[in-house]
Ligand binder design. Sequence first.
Ligand SMILES: NC(=O)c1ccc[n+]([C@@H]2O[C@H](COP(=O)([O-])OP(=O)(O)OC[C@H]3O[C@@H](n4cnc5c(N)ncnc54)[C@H](OP(=O)(O)O)[C@@H]3O)[C@@H](O)[C@H]2O)c1
Length: 249
Amino acid sequence: MSDVKINPEGKVALVSGGNRGIGKAIVIELLERGASKVYAGARNPDTLSVLKDKYGDRLIPLKLDVTDSQSIAEVVKVAGDVEILINNAGVLKFDSLIAEDAAENFAYHLSVNVNGLIGLTNAFIAQLKAKPNTAIVNVSSLAGLANMPSIGTYSVTKAAVHSITQGYRAELVNDDVLVTGVYPGPIDTDMAKDLQMDKDSPENVAKAIVDGLESGSEDVFPDAMSSQVGVAYATNPKAIEKEFATYVG
Ligand SMILES: NC(=O)c1ccc[n+]([C@@H]2O[C@H](COP(=O)([O-])OP(=O)(O)OC[C@H]3O[C@@H](n4cnc5c(N)ncnc54)[C@H](OP(=O)(O)O)[C@@H]3O)[C@@H](O)[C@H]2O)c1
């Protein structure tokens, strides 16, 4: 738990990948809980038109590709009032670490899930440090706590997101910035459509994230599976590794 607790009411947030899946649910949750403005990043901002019609001036669609430094620079220029940065954008391709194309798949996941996250966060870090009560929320995955063989190179990048979250928290220890890692299990979005497992809803994940901001949580386990795995991870991480190793695709 952090001393920095963020009530979303009246706050300004930016959500990357805010047009669908978990990101869209976070945008809605923040607005429904009183955020004064949410910048929703999307590679194609037209995909935000329904949300824009519903929330009007409080929802600002922004063109944002986290792999494009020019796109990030344009976003920073117009979103100088951001207080809550939600790094949600991510990609997943099912693969194997021992397949021939592992290095190529790793580079693909790395570009969005890691380099994109660092690029966007570092572009906002000075302004987040300068304001009182701000937050950085990084969406990792349970696969970032132990490798899942059918999503091997993705898991590596989500482990990096876990480490990056710890690193930002250490860098910002003397600042008024809450740094939170989010560790979802399988969630019912496009990303997980081919996953044959019970899935929780993106709305439950979004609610847990905003609850986590309010309570100052540094680690959010937002769904049915992750709340169980989170407890086990704290007591017996080796058991989680062994369990996930059985999920070979
Ligand atoms: N679903 C799960 O089971 C699950 C579990 C654990 C963690 N997660 C994590 O949760 C986050 C959201 O996933 P999701 O399930 O909501 O996936 P999703 O439905 O596939 O949505 C992914 C989002 O990321 C955006 N995105 C992809 N590449 C981008 C880029 N280069 N620049 C900016 N935005 C980009 C997508 O935008 P476009 O519409 O333009 O493609 C989309 O908005 C990801 O970080 C994911 O790894 C998901």
